[in-house]
Design a protein around this ligand. Structure first.
Ligand code: FMN
Length: 287
């Protein structure tokens, strides 16, 4: 498992916080683990810890957040985080620890910058899932999964080879913005090539894609396929990372590489590419 610079645990339940901290220390997954008993304290700690500039491509701090707390609860904490300077915001990945979640809680989480929900108590398997970065966000109300979405598939070439930590950093930034924009999808990085499927409301997908195209971390961005009103493939994923050794991802690469952009086969080609991209989800189902 990769090691994080730090984990901040914000939880008012002393027993649960003690057990979580003990587990995190045992697993040695972070250089430091800091605890705060409520959102106000958590913010104070974060602002202090994240103020100095980070080394380039440092992994983000992980924030494990309880929702119901005195003084400032988890929702207030997330709202306040939205107003932090972008440089600080981008250095955090937020995971909400839940006990029982009510519809009203799920409603309030909508649009807040979280990477996922994890039921308490935290276990080694759950910590591994968090660190692998492919955390499903179950039952978060959003767009109707059956409603059609706009899908867009592109490939691009990395400007410089990316280390695994840099790919995770990119994903962590992307997931927070995607959650707010109701965008899901999959990103695959292999041999300095990216292939990414974005899906969501058309305007949001196009705006995100316009930002992505400007990103200096890659170049030669080529749109491979786009299609409106298709079923969403990646319902719980704010952006899955396709592991490049798995069969469906290999199939996706083969389909992409054998299908030059700009040809005129239209519908059939788009269908084949999008199906291959959605197939990558099956590889992620246990991730
Ligand atoms: C290969 C690749 C994939 C990306 N995927 C996303 C994504 O899914 N969502 C997203 O918001 N940003 C994504 N980004 C990051 C954006 O390019 C951009 O850095 C980020 O959205 C912040 O934009 P801003 O600084 O203009 O706010 C990706 C970047 C690269 C290089």
């Amino acid at each position: 498992m990769r090691k994080l610079p730090g984990i901040l645990l914000v939880d008012d339940d002393a027993t649960s916080a003690f057990l979580t901290q003990r587990l995190l220390h045992k697993l040695a997954v972070a250089d430091q683990v800091v605890a705060a008993p409520n959102g106000t304290e958590g913010l104070r700690v974060l602002q202090h810890l994240l103020a100095p500039p980070a080394p380039a491509h440092a992994a983000p701090w992980l924030v494990l957040l309880d929702l119901h707390m005195p003084v400032l609860d988890g929702f207030g904490f997330l709202e306040a985080c939205r107003r932090l300077p972008a440089a600080q915001r981008q250095r955090m990945a937020m995971v909400v620890l839940t006990t029982s979640l009510h519809g009203a809680d799920l409603e309030r989480l909508q649009g807040l910058p979280i990477s996922g929900l994890v039921p308490k108590p935290l276990t080694e398997a759950k910590v591994r899932a968090i660190l692998r970065g492919n955390l499903p966000v179950p039952a978060l109300p959003g767009p109707d999964p059956a409603a059609g979405v706009f899908q867009l598939l592109y490939h691009s070439r990395a400007t410089q080879p990316l280390a695994e930590a840099e790919v995770y950093e990119l994903l962590s930034q992307s997931r927070q913005a995607n959650a707010a924009a109701q965008i899901t999808g999959v990103l695959v990085y292999r041999d300095e090539w990216f292939v990414q499927l974005l899906e969501g409301p058309e305007a949001a997908v196009r705006a995100t894609y316009a930002r992505i195209r400007q990103d200096p971390r890659h170049t030669e961005v080529v749109t491979l396929a786009e299609a409106p009103a298709r079923p969403r493939c990646f319902v719980p994923w704010r952006m899955a990372l396709g592991r490049n050794t798995t069969p469906n991802v290999a199939r996706l690469f083969a389909a992409v590489l054998s299908s030059p952009a700009g040809d005129e086969e239209g519908g059939a080609r788009i269908e084949a590419l999008l199906q291959a991209a959605c197939g990558a989800l099956e590889d992620e189902a246990d991730g």
